[in-house]
Ligand binder design. Structure first.
Ligand code: G6P
Length: 612
């Protein structure tokens, strides 16, 4: 995590760095800092807290110069503090470094450097990088070579930006496993962890690959491999525009992104059906009958919200395609020696395409010969690059840390993949396919409908539930899975203790936790399971729970047992999760709003988790 930005050009670097860091705050926001090349020295300002604190610090203690690097941190080594904030610098203040990633052998390097007389002031792993570059620089007087040698010594992951007083016209960047792009302007160039940081200035960039370096001047950028050989790279032009990274009148990015869902779902659907609507086209991915017949199991791997989208995929694929599907969170998958081989299709799902655990899971799957299908939002990200095939989720920028529209896009991807595989393997007939397609076409307007109606209702009853300390989400089948996502959202942004349970499992333990006024969210959109879940709701009601139900229109008997009900429009059973999740998002949002929490930047979290 952590966000990096860098500038070389003719403007004062500071405003460019600050606005860049602000757009990268989704990556971490516990401290921030900048280093700017002034006349013959480097001016460093850094402070604990959000980028706004840094901005205030700079008002009192300004620095200015045309070259600079900046950083917004999500702490890994060392608590959030002024001293642990980046940039870190060499003992003689001639070299400054910003870093995103983890230097795994930092203790060994630190011991070595201390023996050589280097003094350490922070608890971070990054400080070793500044001293090591300084050490190699003093040996050979060549900064690029010093950075290159440093990279050869460090183990772990890094995206780095390096400034040196002896090189007043350039900065050096490098990356391995943590994202970094080099933005290309006119008479000015940039580095950034992600494109929103520099979108005000350019849409063109080189996407740095693993173990690659860049020397960036205002009018020239050169790329090198780790051995020091110059390499060529095509310029990538991002299609997103500046508005996509702004709130456009919404109070929070999360709310804006919730309201973007009808469009996101529409975009994903309109591009994935053949012209006659009778088959699915997955961006040219070759997963036809021949390839699919060679597969005897599917493994779905992801983290967080993406994992829950994957679980929806598992339920659908097993039920419709009748193929065994395993699903694991990536941090477990990667260390469990999973049972996969060349007959396994591994599906990795990731919004950012940079999640360290998911990326490692992908590499493990490939090393075991499995075919890897990436379901990814961020174009050109590490996971997108390393997967055998990629289905992009077309959700656009998602800035709020809590994922909403990206989840919906992932769920649509699960629908499409399931239908495609089912069709190729003859597990669905034309009539049923047409029926589901028709239902899918209605999804964007149905989401709109929920947004219009549910929002008023939810705002109306949020006060009633705001005192809740423990919340349970219960459901069966797909309703259970979507409840997991609802529960996660409430934890993430409202900081409420909340747990999802399979409704039928309540009686085996969790029901002991239900007491007077405990809030239970009952998801009951699966009509085949309606009566069963309704009975479970009755059981919690009998023990004093307050119940908020999410049900499908037409099932009004749920009102007999629930305190409040939000209805989703009628749809095909396989599509209810997408709709049921919309009120869950709004509920979490308005609960967090009522509690006065920092919705877009919840404490301790970051959007892109590029460390283990
Ligand atoms: C973090 C984010 C979540 C996200 C998860 C996986 O925990 O806060 O919103 O679901 O990472 O991220 P990915 O980018 O791989 O989907």
């Amino acid at each position: 995590m952590c966000g990096i930005v860098g500038y070389v050009g003719k403007q004062n670097a500071v405003p460019v760095l600050i606005s860049g860091l602000q757009s990268l705050e989704y990556r971490g926001y516990d401290s921030a800092g900048v280093a700017v090349l002034e006349e013959n020295s480097i001016g460093i300002r850094k402070t604990k807290g959000k980028v706004d604190n840094l901005r205030n610090l700079l008002l009192n203690e300004p620095v200015s110069g045309n070259i600079g690097i900046g950083h917004t941190r999500w702490a890994t080594h060392g608590a959030p503090s002024d001293m642990n904030a980046h940039p870190h610098f060499s003992n003689d203040d001639s070299i400054a470094v910003v870093h995103n990633g983890i230097i795994e052998n930092y203790q060994e390097l630190k011991d070595e450097l201390e023996k050589k007389g280097y003094e350490f002031y922070s608890e971070t792993d990054t400080e070793t990088v500044a001293h090591l570059i300084h050490y190699f620089y003093k040996q050979g007087n060549d900064l690029l070579e010093a950075v290159r040698k440093t990279l050869e010594r460090i183990e772990g992951s890094y995206a780095l930006g390096v400034l040196c007083t002896d090189y007043p016209d350039q900065l050096i960047a490098a990356r391995k496993e943590s994202p970094l792009i080099v933005g290309l302007g006119k008479g000015e160039n940039f580095i950034a962890s992600d494109i929103p940081a520099i979108l005000n200035y350019t849409k063109d960039a080189y996407i740095l690959g693993d173990k690659e370096l860049a020397v960036i001047k205002s009018d020239d950028v050169k790329l090198y491999d780790i051995k020091g050989n110059e390499i060529e790279r095509e310029v990538y032009t991002y299609k997103w525009d500046v508005e996509a990274a702004q709130k456009n009148g919404y109070e929070h990015f999360m709310l804006k992104e919730i309201y973007e869902q009808p469009k996101v779902v529409k975009d994903n659907l309109s591009k994935r059906f053949s012209e006659d609507g009778k088959s699915i086209e997955l961006d040219g991915i070759k997963l036809g009958k021949k390839e699919l017949e060679n597969i005897n199991q599917i493994y779905i791997v992801a983290c967080g919200t993406a994992y829950y989208a994957g679980l929806i995929g598992k339920y659908l694929l097993e039920r419709i395609v009748r193929i065994p599907v395993n699903a694991d969170v990536a941090s477990e998958f990667r260390y469990k020696d999973p049972l996969i081989d060349e007959k396994t299709l591994v599906m990795v799902i990731s919004q950012s395409g940079e999640t360290a655990d998911t990326h490692s899971a992908l590499k493990l799957a490939k090393s075991k010969g499995a075919r890897v299908l990436g379901v990814v939002n961020a174009v050109g990200s590490s996971i997108a690059r390393d997967a055998d095939d990629v289905l992009y989720t077309l959700a656009g920028f998602e800035i709020a840390v809590a994922s909403t529209k990206a989840f919906s896009a992932q769920v649509v991807a699960m629908y499409l993949i399931t239908l495609h595989i089912a069709q190729e393997l003859g597990k669905i007939d034309e009539k049923e396919f047409a029926e589901i397609k028709k239902a899918m076409d209605n999804l964007p307007s149905q989401i709109n409908d929920i947004l219009n109606k549910a929002v008023l209702k939810i705002r109306g009853f949020v006060d009633k539930y705001i005192e809740s300390k423990n919340v349970f989400y219960i459901g069966r089948g797909l309703d259970y899975v979507v409840g997991m996502e609802g529960s996660l959202k409430l934890k993430e942004i409202a900081y409420l203790h909340s747990e999802p349970y399979a409704a039928g499992e309540l009686k085996h333990g969790p029901i002991a936790l239900i007491e007077e006024a405990t809030l239970v969210v009952g998801v009951v959109t699966q009509e085949a399971l309606f009566d069963k879940t309704k009975s479970n709701i009755k059981e919690v009601k009998a023990r004093g729970a307050k119940v908020l139900a999410i049900a499908m229109e037409g099932n009004s008997s749920i009102e007999d047992v629930a305190d409040d009900v939000i209805y989703i429009p009628r749809t095909h059973w396989m599509l209810t999760s997408l709709l049921a999740n919309i009120p869950q998002q709004l509920f979490a949002y308005y609960m967090a709003l009522g509690l006065g929490e920092d919705i877009d930047k919840p404490r301790n979290l970051a959007k892109s988790v590029t460390v283990e």
